[in-house]
Design a protein around this ligand. Structure first.
Ligand code: M6R
Length: 613
């Protein structure tokens, strides 16, 4: 989705803002713009397409002696991705500009009203009404004008405003769209849609809450409630990520770097939370009392995309080990059905970003219905973590590639811990078993670390036969069924090959009609409790001449009799196979997309953080 960066301080503003926008590229965008204040006027640059176009269009301005400005990457919602629709948008005088992320739902009526009052619009965007509405109320006091304008607005916004009348001040405001402020005594004040743009300059951040406005100067930030107009005391949080953690570190793509970071991400997620002697699990941020935990009768897992696949795996784990019935919902569907939820239900949202609009709306509804909310999340202080009763953080570090990799396996690690925690609290698992599974969870990180380079080499050779396929199927059974879904999502989103995931046993109920000698099928067939069934299913594919790639357990020579394309993984405890078997699916997708010359980190039409419903 759109990205916002704002800066006021001692540095020259253009490199700070441009650099910040580059760190938000992962969010997806189709046009970009920058504005800064110089010699009593606003200088505005905008262009279609990638940031490099913007950079080329403003060569002369890169070194401008300006110390305050705003930048924006736009992901089109209202109006085509043209230069005219790119942000910043100006009022009639050209002395006030706005950058905006979100959707102004009542923009039609506001626009009509403003046009009747004589305002002249230059774009098709919903955002432009904000500039004219603020202009309408501006009478020397920018904060008052923005507050008044926003009282008229329905919808979501993260907003940055700059006005020539207050050349040392930026205004930021937020409602249902992420916006974070960065502060530093020497460096000045920053605003951004996410943390990475702030990291080179400061680790001190303030998360704006909904309906809050901030006045940002080089000296710091003052936050006000948009409802009462009163000043709000905000906590400044210290972010432990450093800028290097958000850079490519020598890898060709962020996605590949993030695939290789998975062992570390899993270890960091598990570390300190499981006692290696007793197998006892500590999740203090979950904030649920023993009484709350004992009273849970059902669990709803709510998530989107890759995070939804993590939820599907967790259903198997929680039902098996904690004995609690689990329902798994795609967040965008969750709200639109009759929900049988009350205080006996625990709702768990799973989200890398903690900002996904559908998931957020889902937990808000579940909360209203009386459910306790826990969120499994990667971003400290994100909206979801603030609205949930408790949190289990994944410690994957910043994930930049749009395709989720390390966030997914860290979610699985966190959900496995969560399962052990529930099982311990509810007495549904013996300590010995917990200890064993806890050790296996840590072991899986070591196995992945060792296998990653071997797998990547094997896969590089293999994909020459498959990279130009038009379609692909992924099949798996039991715990590996969601991994088949995840593998197919990974491949389609970054390579644009049409791919579907199926439960192996479901093939004969329809999809097997697709199998012929052109159809590649990746089958997950570890030596687990459903191994024989999985083998029967892949034999059915072979009998119809499907082009099989099998991923199975080292030493399983039988797989070689089915197809020559076999990738082997060490045998580990079968409960942890979903984490291990995700790795080859990710690498296969990555290598195919890279071979096809696709924009791996920023696939077309996709955004990292989907903050609109
Ligand atoms: O930030 P979230 O985990 O809530 O995001 C949910 C999905 O948008 C996300 O998992 C998406 O499916 C992935 N980028 C796919 O790789």
């Amino acid at each position: 989705m759109c990205g916002i960066v704002g800066y006021v301080g001692k540095r020259r503003v253009v490199p700070v803002v441009l650099g910040g926008l580059k760190r938000l590229e992962y969010r997806g965008y189709d046009s970009a713009g920058i504005v800064y204040h110089e010699d009593g006027a606003l200088k505005k640059f905008r262009s279609e397409g990638k940031l490099i176009n913007l950079e080329n269009s403003m060569e002369e301005a890169i070194g401008a002696a300006s110390h305050i400005g705003l930048g924006h990457t736009r992901w089109a919602t209202h109006g085509a991705p043209t230069t005219a629709n790119a942000h910043p948008h100006s009022d009639c005088s050209g002395e006030l500009v706005v950058v905006h992320n979100g959707i102004i739902e009542n923009y039609h009526s506001l626009r009509t009203e403003l046009v009747e009052k004589g305002h002249v619009f230059a774009s098709e965007t919903d955002t432009e009404v904000l500039a004219h509405l603020i202009e309408e109320y501006l009478d020397g006091d920018l904060r008052a004008a923005v507050t008044k304008a926003l009282s008229r607005v329905e919808g979501s916004y993260a907003l940055g405003v700059l006005w020539t009348g207050m050349p040392d001040t930026l205004i930021a405001a937020r409602n249902h769209s992420p916006l974070v402020l960065g502060v530093h005594e020497e460096e000045g004040g920053f605003m951004a849609s996410d943390i990475p743009p702030l990291l080179p300059y400061t680790d001190q951040v303030i998360f704006l809450d909904d309906r809050e406005l901030a006045v940002l100067t080089a000296e710091g930030a003052t936050v006000y409630s948009l409802e009462s107009g009163e000043e709000v005391t905000k906590e400044t949080k210290i972010i432990a990520w450093n800028a290097a953690m958000a850079e490519k570190g020598g890898y060709k793509h962020f996605m590949l770097k993030e695939i290789y970071e998975q062992p570390r991400a899993i270890v960091d997620t598990v570390s300190g939370r499981i006692n290696p002697e007793t197998g006892s699990v500590e999740l203090p941020e979950m904030n649920l009392s023993d009484e709350d935990l004992a009273g849970i009768e059902r669990i709803f897992l709510v998530a989107c995309g890759t995070s939804w696949h993590a939820a599907l795996v967790a259903k198997y784990w929680i039902e098996r080990w904690a004995g609690i019935p689990v329902e798994v919902d795609i967040a965008s569907e969750f709200r639109y059905r009759k929900l049988l939820i009350d205080e006996r239900v625990l709702t768990v949202s799973i989200s890398q970003s903690g900002e996904t609009a559908d998931t957020l709306a889902g937990i808000r509804l579940a909360k209203e219905l009386g459910s306790k909310i826990v969120t499994i999340c990667n971003v400290v202080g994100s909206t979801m973590t603030r609205e949930a009763h408790g949190t289990v953080y994944t410690h994957a570090g910043p994930e930049i590639g749009v395709a989720s990799t390390k966030a997914f396996t860290s979610q699985l690690a966190a959900l496995f811990l969560f399962t052990l925690y529930l099982a311990e609290k509810r007495g549904s698992m013996e300590a010995d078993q917990r200890l064993l599974l806890g050790r296996e969870l840590i072991n899986v990180a070591k196995v992945i670390e060792k296998e990653l380079p071997i797998l990547q080499n094997d896969i590089k050779e293999l994909i020459e036969k498959f990279y130009d396929s038009r379609d692909f199927l992924f099949v798996g059974r039991g715990l590996n069924f969601p991994i088949a879904l995840e593998g197919a999502l990974k491949l389609k989103e970054i390579s644009y090959i049409h791919a579907e995931g199926y439960a192996s046993g479901e093939l004969k109920h329809g999809p097997i009609a697709l199998i012929d000698k052109e159809m590649p099928v990746l089958g997950l067939a570890p030596k687990d409790s459903v191994y024989q069934k999985s083998i029967s299913n892949v034999e059915e594919i072979k009998a119809r001449q499907g082009r099989l790639i099998l991923i199975g357990s080292k030493g399983d020579e039988h797989l070689k009799t089915i197809t020559e394309d076999v990738l082997y993984l060490p045998e580990i405890h079968e409960e942890l196979n979903p984490i291990l078997y995700t790795i080859p699916a990710q690498l296969l997708s990555y290598e195919i997309a890279a071979r096809r010359g696709c924009d791996v980190d920023q696939p077309r039409n996709l955004a990292k953080s989907v903050t609109v419903e």
